[in-house]
Design a protein around this ligand. Structure first.
Ligand code: PNS
Length: 168
């Protein structure tokens, strides 16, 4: 029987900061692929400046993933086209989480652009678990700014740093 190639997926995002919803998607992706590379975008041109720099965002992810025992998941920062980054990682799939219909339009456009650039790399979508379908990094930052408790929405370390950095 022919030897099977390692199946690698890239999970891209801003992760500013990582939430428990992201960790849920990464955990589920890690069960389907042999290796998962979390791609932390250095700076997205569509979004405002991030609250945390790329190395901080990467560090939060690495420590949270280590705490969850996900050994086939690694984190890298990328600043080039996502499909180029995916190629560098040897990935055949880009995996994204979908929360609600509101995510669809953006993801549909990204899907078409990425497919045009690299028809050989498949985009795969995983629906968020119900308990995380409302959760976003933006919402968490807003809550923390106004003193809301984000303790069960993000890793413990992230909750502490958010409270310290954002609380008004
Ligand atoms: O968590 P986000 O902010 O929705 O993630 C956005 C991300 C990183 C997936 C997107 O900005 C991205 O893919 N950036 C890299 C540049 C690129 O390849 N863009 C799409 C094709 S033009």
């Amino acid at each position: 029987m022919a030897e099977q190639r390692e199946r690698v997926a890239v999970c891209p995002g801003s992760y500013d900061p990582v939430t428990n919803g992201h960790l849920d998607i990464l955990t589920r992706t890690s069960r389907v692929f042999d290796r998962v590379v979390v791609g932390v975008v250095g700076q997205s041109i569509r979004k405002q400046a991030t609250l945390f720099n790329a190395e901080e965002r990467k560090g939060f992810l690495e420590r949270a993933l280590a705490g969850n025992g996900l050994e086939n998941v690694e984190v890298q920062v990328f600043s080039n086209l996502l499909v180029e980054f995916a190629r560098e990682c040897g990935a055949t799939a880009i995996v994204k989480g979908l929360r609600a219909i509101s995510d669809f339009e953006y993801e549909f456009e990204m899907n078409q652009l990425n497919r045009k650039l690299a028809p050989d790399i498949e985009s795969v979508y995983i629906f968020a678990s119900a308990e995380f379908s409302f959760l976003s990094s933006t919402g968490v930052k807003e809550m923390a700014t106004f003193g809301g408790d984000v303790g069960d929405l993000v890793p413990t370390e992230v909750a502490a740093v958010l409270t310290e950095r954002l609380r008004r």
